[in-house]
Every structure is written in structure tokens, then in C-alpha cells.
Design a protein around this ligand. Structure first.
Ligand code: PLP
Length: 441
């Protein structure tokens, strides 16, 4: 009997025994191709020797020193690296242990920024429906997934949600992608006017929506409008790139492809590639300056801020990505993955949309392709696809509630940046069989 409180009680989980490269093996000797890196985490696959060696060196030298007493060289080096490659205007980074902590930090940085600059009346966050920003209470409050929020709703800080940028379902037939993006921007602008522009702290959005919507990229121009609106009203733009950032979409930061720079940007999963827990918030110089010229103290902190082992892992991961020019591979293998998915699923009766950027792809399933009617949620198609794929030795990341938190099914693919064409072909072939088996069952 297990003494772990698992995600689902009573469900048997195979014991992961070892992992190397693209493959995770369980205790019974089954091998799985890790085609989603868990939840878009393992950007270098598993057991990368350079990362493992850097972590060994670190643990042999300095395991832990509390950030209230010391900084560490490895945290300083990681910060230098991250800021040197950050979007223009970002000058500092705050290092935490994961994505939710990064989002909580960004929310508090944003609120305190306005206290520092003498605008303490600002108190509203605006976010988007169907977004995911984490499971701690602040992150859950800004998150827009109705199902995840519902049980905890009495505990959540009030937030305001506008429409997601979800072209497949929400762009009208009589508008172009650009017009659709402009319409959404107008909705944001109207909401800001309703709340009073001087009362709003920030707008937070995932650059490419990951877990809860299935790799949904913004339409062209959308984030430029959003950036303009925020700047015009002195509202901060927080981009959550916990899942879509750090190279996953083919550029180090997903927002580079949208031509915008946020004021705060959260990063996590691909930062440390799963070798150790780490997340961070990249901070624009103007935000940092407000603190530096103001109270000089960010009223926040955790025991494991900038943990040396996590920093060593993240620095090694980022150096390998740069040294081996892996973002070039993300672009070329991303194109191959898209092509193979289109060949296999482009005319599939039950695939409504194939979308994403780089090695970050989502497939949305439908009961009826012409009407876009989703499957009955009771059929749990996304879970079945996961199970059928696992039975065929492939790991993909499933989610239901794609449309409104309840209806809709999708799966995410996020293979390592080192993936090759043969492995992609195997993933797509096995996934194809898994989808057919799941839907036929
Ligand atoms: C965009 C985004 N933000 C925040 C989080 C929360 O990160 P974590 O699970 O590391 O707390 C996630 C996790 O999936 C995410 O995708």
C-alpha cells in the first residue's frame, strides 16, 4: 500500500525507475518515449551528462546558504546569463522553486511596484479565461480555468477575466486574424475603463497558452495591441512563460515572436529542464528602479530562493542549449513535427485543430469536425488517449475542459530540444494508433 497522497487516489502509478535521453523506464522494464517532457519540462531529455556533472560539482562545493545571509556565485552567474539573454529592458531576475511561486512573486512585485511609485490605490489584476498560472491561491485566482478555480473560489482574491485569444473557436468567419486580435484588445481596453485605469495593477497572460488550452498561440498583432494598452494606462504587462518560454517555441522567449517585451516575465519548466526545481521572474529595469529608489526591500521571500543546486542545474541547461545551438533544432524539428502531425491528423474525423509553435504542439479532439462539437466530457477522451499512448510506449500530456473548463479535449506534445526526425516519426505513428484506439473504445 502506498503512503503517498497521489494525484488520484487508488490509481496505480508505475514506478519510474530510470531515465536517459528520450526514454523513461519503469520498474517492470517498460520503456516510454517522453514526448511531452512531463508538462513541457525536460527540454534536454533525461540524464544529460553535462548537467549532471555541473550538479555534482555544485553539491560537492556548496549545498545551501540562506539568501538572507549570503548570495552564491552560481546564482549570480545564472542571473547574469538570464539577464544577458532576456528581452530588452529587463535587468534583474528573482529566483524561486517553480512556476506557481514565480507567478505569486510576479503578482506581489507588481502590487508593491505601485506602492513604491505612490499609486497604492491600484488593486485589480486582469487575466484571461482558460489560462493556467499555477495552483497556489494567488496563481489560481488569476488563472482562468473554471474547473480548477471552482472548489477554492471563496478563498481567491477577486480578479477579472477577459476572453482568451483562441482563434480556432472564437474568430468569427467575417473577420481576419488581425481583426480578431484587435477585437480582443478592445475588450481588454473596455474592461480597464470599467475598473478605472488608475485602479488596475497588471494584465497577466500566457504568451502561448499551454496546459489548459493546448498550445494556443496568439494571433498576429494581438500582443502589440495589449502592450500598447497597458503602456498607455501605466498598467504592467506580466507574461507567463513558465511553459512556453526558455526555448520551447523556437526562440528563447516566446514573446520575441510577437514583438513585445513585458514588464515582468515568469519562467520555470525549461529553465532547469526538470533536473532540479527552479523558477524565476525576469524584472524590467523600470520596476527594479522603483524598488531601488524606494523601500529597497521586496516584501517577499522563501527558504529556497536561488537554491545553489537548482541554479547549477539551470545554468548548465541554458549553457548546453546555447553551446549546442539547440534552438535551431527546435525550429527545424518543430516544423517536422507539425508536418507529420498534419499528415497523420489533418484529415482525421475527430481532430479539430493542430496548433502550436516550435516543439510545443497541441491537438484538439472533436466529436464532429464540421460543427466543432466536442466529445461528451464523460468519455474522458484526453485521458484515454494518454492511456493508449502509454500502452504504446509514448508519454503525451492530456487535458480536458479545453473550451470552458468542462468541455473539450486536447493533448500536448513537447519533446526535448534534442529530438530527431526518426523519434518524431515514431511518436506520431504511435500517437495516431493511440488516438484511433481511444476514440473507438
Ligand atoms: C503557464 C504556467 N504558469 C504556471 C504554472 C505553474 O507551475 P508549477 O506547476 O511549477 O507550479 C504552469 C504549470 O503548468 C504553467 O503552465
Amino acid at each position: 500500500m502506498t503512503r503517498l497522497l497521489h494525484r488520484t487516489i487508488g490509481q496505480p502509478y508505475p514506478i519510474a525507475a530510470s531515465a536517459k535521453g528520450f526514454i523513461i523506464r519503469d520498474h517492470d522494464g517498460n520503456a516510454y518515449i517522453d514526448a511531452s517532457g512531463g508538462a513541457a519540462v525536460s527540454c534536454l531529455g533525461h540524464g544529460h551528462p553535462d548537467v549532471v556533472a555541473a550538479m555534482h560539482r555544485q553539491i560537492d562545493t556548496l549545498d545551501y546558504a540562506h539568501t538572507g545571509f549570503f548570495s552564491s556565485q552560481v546564482a549570480e552567474d545564472l542571473a547574469d546569463h538570464l539577464v544577458a539573454h532576456a528581452p530588452p529592458g529587463m535587468s534583474h531576475v528573482y529566483l524561486v522553486s517553480g512556476g506557481s511561486e514565480a507567478v505569486e512573486t510576479a503578482l506581489k512585485l507588481a502590487r508593491q511596484y505601485f506602492i513604491e511609485i505612490g499609486q497604492p490605490q491600484r488593486r485589480h489584476f486582469i487575466a484571461r479565461r482558460q489560462s493556467y498560472h499555477g495552483n497556489t491561491l494567488g496563481a489560481l485566482a488569476v488563472g482562468g480555468n473554471a474547473w480548477r478555480r471552482e472548489p477554492f473560489s471563496p478563498l481567491l482574491i477577486p480578479t477579472h477575466h477577459v476572453s482568451p485569444c483562441y482563434e480556432y473557436r472564437d474568430r468569427r468567419a467575417d473577420e481576419t486574424a488581425e481583426e480578431y486580435g484587435a477585437r480582443l484588445a478592445q475588450e481588454l481596453s473596455d474592461r480597464i475603463d470599467e475598473l478605472g485605469p488608475d485602479n488596475v495593477i497588471a494584465f497577466i497572460a500566457e504568451t502561448v497558452v499551454g496546459a489548459t488550452a493546448g498550445a494556443v498561440p496568439p494571433v498576429p498583432g494581438y500582443f502589440r495591441h495589449v502592450r500598447d494598452i497597458c503602456s498607455r494606462h501605466g498598467i504592467l504587462l506580466i507574461l507567463d512563460e513558465v511553459m512556453s518560454g526558455m526555448g520551447r517555441t523556437g526562440t528563447l522567449h516566446a514573446c520575441a515572436q510577437d514583438g513585445v517585451t513585458p514588464d515582468l516575465m515568469t519562467i520555470a519548466k525549461g529553465l532547469g529542464g526538470g533536473f532540479a526545481p527552479i523558477g524565476g521572474v525576469l524584472v524590467a529595469e523600470k520596476v527594479f528602479d522603483a524598488f531601488a529608489k524606494g523601500s529597497k526591500t521586496f516584501q517577499h521571500g522563501h527558504t529556497y530562493l536561488a537554491h545553489p543546486l537548482s541554479c547549477a542545474a539551470a545554468l548548465a541547461v541554458q549553457q548546453v542549449i546555447q553551446r549546442d545551438r539547440l534552438l535551431d533544432n527546435v525550429v527545424s524539428m518543430g516544423a517536422h513535427l507539425k508536418k507529420r502531425l498534419s499528415e497523420r491528423f489533418g484529415n482525421h474525423h475527430h481532430v479539430g485543430d493542430i496548433r502550436g509553435r516550435g516543439l510545443f504542439m497541441g491537438i484538439e479532439f472533436v466529436a464532429d469536425r464540421s460543427t466543432k462539437e466536442p466529445f461528451d466530457p464523460a468519455r474522458k477522451i484526453n485521458i484515454r488517449v494518454k492511456q493508449e499512448a502509454m500502452a504504446r510506449g509514448v508519454l503525451i500530456y492530456p487535458m480536458g475542459g479545453t473550451i470552458d473548463g468542462r468541455r473539450g479535449d486536447h493533448v500536448l506534445l513537447a519533446p526535448p530540444f534534442t529530438v530527431d526526425a526518426t523519434t518524431i516519426d515514431t511518436i506520431v505513428e504511435r500517437l495516431g494508433d493511440a488516438v484511433d484506439a481511444a476514440i473507438a473504445a
